[in-house]
Design a protein around this ligand. Structure first.
Ligand SMILES: [Zn+2]
Length: 377
């Protein structure tokens, strides 16, 4: 695969152009969609520019990826002191998470919006760059007024990681999948074997780290072949994963969402390995969110859509203890996965709809977090 941008030693945030260059599709693949709207920003360069423009929040470089690229977090709202005296699971064993973090109604609610760990899932990146623009200016990149959402955000300690896997993003040649066949997303997302056949979902998880029988390394993975969704959370292989886990332990979010996409109508995936009370909250939120999509005439699930609340794997395990499970058990956060449509021919969502789905999700999370605080005192 060729590198789309010429190499240069121009430094930008200490990152050379080489590190923000992206590949182009192989011969025979469909060309990238024409007329991607300017507001649909997701390239490494656009992410760097957006982060550089932050004035009301603060920016931290929380990790350097396996390929040497920066992972950024943007913070809004003062951090409260939760007077931690124990790690989360010890505090729970002492029968009160307040020993881990005193979260009362006097402390601000905390929300952690974790941008894509899968580099082809550009939809969450585009959404979070628009949210950062709203935080800074009150308007999204379409120029639409969102001062009400900006006002809502000001009630929170809000942490935004616009992209958790810059290596994967650099290997993804498409800045949008709107109108493309899903097969091309599968090729560059999960990658190919040496004979050119596609790894596909979920088989792309059967070799981890993804090394050896690899033709194109999918954008799922960092440059070491790690899929952060399925890292070893007791001994993380990727520095990016470690930074995400540390951030949750430090910030103690009421809610954490991990942003993903598929050829699907938008939905929340239940967190398979959290206590029942947390599954109930996630199921309640998922239902409310779907009702918001219906009200706003956006792509949605059926009106009676609901998530499983109590089931565990009956015999052989199928539901993994994944990144969002680990985040809960490290910090107590209400953590779940959200899947957006990609806009492929299979789901048919437009750029406008995808951005509105993202903004509706963020607003719904903030509203839910305000009304359903994690109070530990
Ligand atoms: Zn994903």
């Amino acid at each position: 695969m060729k590198v789309a941008l010429t190499l240069s030693i121009v430094l930008f945030f200490g990152v050379s152009q080489y590190l923000i260059a992206q590949v182009i599709p192989e011969k025979g693949d469909p060309p990238p969609p024409e007329n991607i709207p300017a507001y649909y920003k997701s390239t490494l360069e656009e992410i760097s520019e957006q982060v550089k423009s932050v004035k009301k929040g603060t920016v931290a470089h929380i990790a350097t990826s396996a390929g040497g690229r920066p992972v950024y977090a943007v913070y809004y709202g003062e951090k409260d002191d939760f007077q931690s005296q124990a790690n989360y699971n010890s505090a729970v064993a002492a029968r009160n998470p307040a020993f881990f973090a005193k979260k009362s109604t006097a402390t601000k609610p905390v929300v952690f919006l974790l941008g894509p760990v899968h580099g082809q899932e550009v939809e969450g990146m585009a959404g979070l760059l628009n949210l950062l623009q709203i935080a800074e200016t009150g308007k999204d990149h379409r120029g639409r007024d969102f001062t009400d959402l900006q006002e809502l955000m000001s009630k929170f300690r809000l942490i935004i990681v616009p992209l958790a896997n810059p290596d994967g993003r650099a290997r993804n040649p498409y800045d949008s999948y709107v109108g493309l066949p899903v097969e091309v997303m599968t090729k560059y997302g999960q990658g190919t074997k040496q004979d050119g056949t596609l790894w596909r979902w979920p088989h792309a998880k059967s070799l981890h780290p993804m090394r050896g029988n690899v033709g194109i390394l999918g954008a799922y993975f960092n440059d070491d072949g790690i899929n952060m969704m399925h890292d070893d959370f007791f001994d993380p292989m990727a520095k990016e994963t470690k930074a995400i886990m540390d951030l949750a332990k430090e910030e103690v979010p009421d809610i954490t969402v991990s942003l993903h996409s598929c050829e699907c109508m938008p939905f929340v995936i239940q967190n398979a390995h959290v206590p029942r009370f947390m599954k109930d909250r996630i199921a309640d939120f998922a239902q409310q969110l779907n009702e918001s999509f219906i009200r706003e005439n956006l792509p949605h699930r059926k009106g009676d859509y609901s998530l499983a609340r109590g089931q565990d794997d009956p015999d052989t395990p199928k539901a993994a203890f994944n990144l969002v499970s680990a985040l809960h058990h490290a910090s107590g956060t209400m953590s779940f996965t959200f899947e957006s449509p990609h806009g492929t021919l299979d789901d048919g969502a437009t750029h406008e709809e995808i951005l509105d789905i993202q903004l509706t999700l963020y607003r719904s999370i903030l509203e839910y977090a305000l009304e359903n605080r994690l109070v530990w005192d």
